[in-house]
Design a binder for this molecule. Sequence first.
Ligand code: SUG
Length: 449
Amino acid sequence: MLREANFDGLVGPTHNYAGLSLGNVASAKHAGRVSNPRAAALQGLAKMRALMELGLVQGILPPQERPDTSTPRLLGFAGSDAQVIRSMAKRSPLLLAQVSSASSMWSANAATVTPSVDADDGRVHLTPANLKSMLHRSIEPATTARVLRAVFPGSKHFVVHEPLPACDALGDEGAANHTRLYDATNPARPGPGVHLFVYGTHHADRRTPRPAKFPARQTREASEAVARLHGIDPERCVFAQQNPGAIDAGAFHNDVVCVGNAGVLLYHEMAFLQEAKVLGQLRRLLGKAFKPVRVSSKDVPIKTAVRTYLFNSQLVTLEGGEMLLVAPTQTRDNLRTRRVVRSLFGGDKGSLGTHLYMDVRESMHNGGGPACLRLRVPMTDAQLAAVAPGCICTPGQLDKLEDWVGRHYRQRLVPADLADPKLLEESRGALAELTKILGIGRVYRFQGR
Ligand code: SUG
């Protein structure tokens, strides 16, 4: 039996709004605004606590060291760390913002995960995403791999692969473009997984339509490589192209227009280029267990879907078997999406389950909703027992983390503040203490790795 654990990315102390992500509407809209790193981290921890209190297994992934002073050195900046920061502030404020982003919080982009039941060697497979589309994200994978190896240690249960080579043909954004579905109609004997990989472009096939305005971050080649590396039966994989129109409307990852759990696939009608074909393939593999739930543009225009992040809700199964939609409060504040949530997850007979609204506004303003903040890792009890224990939430651990955030995080940050080398010192001080709280050893460069 597998239990799904959700590993949330802890928001780092440099959380700020720098408008770094082309094609991410919220990130562009909030560029230059004042952020509140403390509130951001506490909102994330509150979400983790809420899910833990509902009986779900909730994990934590630590943030990365930011500002990162090693990337600028590769680009010609030199001197002490403080000098590197000051000279970036003067000569390339954009690079300073890029190496300061707290973007590792969106752990749905940390890796793609395959549970052991679906892998040919019976182990849990994780491939860190190369995130090569955006400079500020492309500097995450090396540390992500180290962190994942610390959190999922040893080779008996886990395999943490190297990220795919970072090139146009192999853009990989991780679990945000992957959904595992399975037959849960007999809870005692859940079916094996069916893997829906959604890509923005097929790099080698010049005939496939491409978005006109915004980049397609995930390639079909990358999705296929991950499926192969993880030893998933090719017969149980569906590769589907995202609708380029959705990317141009701001759905830079599939999880902005689609979320699935067990046999349920909740999606916007503009999510897939070939909707009928995708549904047909999934139905063939899942049979009667497949429950596609289509939300039309008439009910929720794509712009509203992108603005509210309805589909970036987490869809989880509670202990009693009931489904829960964990939706961002922006979904509640919009009449159309509130109506959809109420009709589908109103808790009444015939509905798909219940819902819970969470305020993750600080993350949302950079285009990261509840589902972006978590990496799903379905595990057996033995695998779960092998995870670094400090990275599994308990009330005590969350109390400690809240106290830690209160002591280390600022309540106000604007991009100009990134020029202050004190922020680096503060951040390192915080992270050094964090690795002790989480008990994961030395994962950061400044710790002498
Ligand atoms: O990659 N935003 C992230 C948001 C990632 C959301 N993840 C998922 N959909 N799974 C991104 O675009 C903005 C940072 C800034 O602009 O300062 C940012 O990187």
